[in-house]
Design a protein around this ligand. Sequence first.
Ligand code: CU
Length: 135
Amino acid sequence: MNKIVITIVIIALVLLGIFWISNQDSQDVPSVTEGEDEEMMESEVKEFEVLGTEFDFSVPEMRVSVGDTVRVTFKNTGTMPHDFVIDEFDVATQILSPGEEETIEFTASQAGEFEYYCSVGTHREQGMFGRIIVE
Ligand SMILES: [Cu+2]
């Protein structure tokens, strides 16, 4: 009887060992996937220089990838105060006087098409807007 019990215990231990080893293997698989994800998420810094005048932005469209760091240097090259605003990413320059410039930076954290614009007066309606495409 004792031999049978010992045999069963040994078999159980061997099975546990096999289960443990295969578990270790399956844990390796997600870590490989994580590595691939990191590669895909590798973000870049995309820089843009936007000149603002009455009533136009020099860059009508920006294309970036999700996760990119977007750095926009906005220069007021006009004769009136202007700013540069993107509501969805919660970024805005100060309202800049003619000749001033300001750099803003944000992470393009969501995909989609968003509008950037000048929030002064009715400048947006008069043409001071562009779109940023995050894909
Ligand atoms: Cu403006």
